[in-house]
Ligand binder design. Structure first.
Ligand SMILES: [Zn+2]
Ligand SMILES: [Zn+2]
Length: 233
């Protein structure tokens, strides 16, 4: 899991073909390594039905990508609540989840804590993020994802809570547009989560968000995306 470079960087928000991304988890790792990243969090959107079964199947694919490479893969799920999107990230691939009863942010917090996971408010400044509702849920949250940044709100800096970044990438083109930098080299997935919780990380942006949006649209014209099998994971 170590790299010889000074920085240890993880893109904390990536989608695979298990939801609306273009690539398989294996391929994502290959592309991310080529870009010099040390890790990715794969956080495919929560399925509407059979969530426990589907997540289990997905985590197996994520684990395969992890086992095959000297590279950090964090298994996660992106939940969309009316209040905003949240990322649940777990320290292991074999959790025996019960998400069936999760109908609000408080429920999700309970499950995430049961498995020693992280609960992160996703892209807090976007319309689909929590925005100022972050304050209401702050006690549930381990970190705030602050990409894209906002000049108008920018309240996260004032809050005493770790800040992370991820690209919300759906294709290899945009992987690593925003990353989380670790001040110390993590030695395990548990360690990655611990370092985030203790705030020994900072967000770093490489490309503007509008470019991420535009470039990811190209996947709609890819035969792989158009003809992908819905039951793959
Ligand atoms: Zn989202
Ligand atoms: Zn996302």
């Amino acid at each position: 899991m170590h790299d010889s470079s000074d920085f240890f960087v993880i893109d904390m928000h990536v989608h695979s073909f298990c939801s609306d991304g273009l690539h398989s988890p294996d391929a994502l790792v290959k592309y991310a390594k080529r870009k010099g990243l040390n890790g990715i969090a794969i956080v495919d959107h929560a399925p509407k039905v059979d969530i426990d079964v589907i997540v289990k199947r997905r985590f197996k694919l994520y684990k395969h990508a992890f086992d095959m490479n000297d590279f950090v893969v964090l298994p996660g799920i992106e939940f969309s609540f009316p209040e905003g999107h949240l990322l649940a990230i777990f320290p292991d691939f074999d959790c025996d989840f019960s998400f069936g009863e999760v109908s609000c942010i408080g429920d999700l917090y309970g499950v995430v804590k049961d498995f020693d996971g992280l609960l992160i408010a996703a892209h807090i400044y976007r319309r689909s993020g929590l925005r100022d509702k972050v304050l209401k849920y702050i006690d549930y949250l381990d970190a705030l994802e602050v990409y894209p940044p906002s000049r108008r709100f920018n309240f996260a800096k004032e809050l005493n809570i770790p800040r992370v970044a991820g690209s919300d990438s759906h294709t290899s083109l945009t992987l690593g547009f925003a990353v989380t930098v670790f001040r110390n080299q993590p030695t395990s997935i548990y360690d990655v989560l611990k370092l985030i919780k203790s705030g020994e990380v900072y967000p770093l942006f490489f490309k503007p968000y509008f470019l991420r949006r535009v470039l990811d649209c190209f996947r709609w014209f890819s035969p792989t995306y158009i003809f992908k099998r819905a039951d793959v994971c």
